[in-house]
Unconditional design. Structure first.
Length: 273
């Protein structure tokens, strides 16, 4: 096995080179295309995707030298995290450790119930209120709120938001602003943690020409091969953002698919069909 660092496939490593030099490729690049919030003021400085923020802190923790002008710090700042999932919780814990002056975490959905609702029976995943270690450390969790606009002069200084009601219309969820619930919150740093739309498409995937699913993930057949012969996919890249246990199982299953493709048969175990 050989690791080649600083290799950005589709940027400084042409896809054509990999296709020429290798008999099989496995796409396991994750699903890191973040959902954006395209509202007025989005272009202001001080508004970042969660992965921009978290990656820099992780690199500094590993001893990498990150110039001060590139580093994103919450120290002494009023912070708003938009998104209430696992990535938002990661941001919350990091914000606390950097010494933020205050932190609010916005969630579009209403607060989950303490017990299972009637429409959430076992064995479905229990959609109930949870408190992670990061939440135990502090911060205000704000539910059923939609950010409408960022305000500032070159740099974000405040945001305008409104409380919303979640309603079902024609079988689809919608969020209706509640009249009179508008509010403004002063903020110095905004972290967007609203989930991911699948793998990044420009570059490697576009150059390979692989087929995508309706969800924006990489399509694969029962043998874990994409629409391009000899190119396989596993993990979040074909499943969408999920857990590491799925990625491990899929990686082993894809390895069997590659072995069968190259050798005509395989004795490798495949945890997943």
């Amino acid at each position: 096995m050989r690791f080649q660092t600083s290799a950005h496939v589709g940027v400084n490593v042409p896809v054509e080179t990999l296709r020429r030099d290798f008999d099989a490729l496995v796409l396991a690049g994750g699903a890191c295309w973040p959902r954006d919030l395209t509202i007025p003021g989005r272009e202001l400085a001080g508004i970042h995707f969660a992965m921009e923020y978290l990656t820099l802190q992780n690199k500094r923790c590993e001893g990498d030298q990150i110039p001060a002008e590139r580093f994103i710090s919450a120290a002494g700042k009023r912070v708003v995290i938009i998104g209430g999932g696992d990535t938002g919780a990661d941001c919350l814990g990091t914000v606390h450790r950097q010494g933020a002056a205050s932190v609010h975490q916005f969630e579009l959905l209403p607060r989950p119930p303490d017990q299972r609702a009637a429409d959430n029976p076992w064995p479905l995943w229990p959609n109930i209120f949870r408190v992670s270690g990061a939440h135990e450390e502090g911060g205000d969790r704000v539910y059923a709120v939609s950010t409408q606009r960022f305000l500032g002069d070159g740099r974000v200084k405040a945001l305008e938001a409104v409380k919303v009601d979640m309603v079902r219309e024609g079988g689809r969820l919608d969020f209706k602003p509640i009249p009179g619930s508008e509010f403004t919150l002063e903020v110095d740093l905004v972290l967007l943690a609203m989930g991911f739309l699948g793998p990044e498409r420009p570059g490697m995937l576009t150059d390979l020409g692989v087929k995508l699913t309706e969800r924006g993930t990489v399509w694969r057949d029962a043998g874990w091969m994409t629409s391009v012969p000899g190119v396989f996919a596993c993990g979040d890249m074909q499943r969408g953002q999920s857990l590491i246990v799925w990625a491990i199982a899929e990686g082993r299953s894809a390895a069997r698919g590659v072995d069968q493709y190259l050798m005509g048969r395989s004795d490798l175990p495949a945890p997943l069909a």
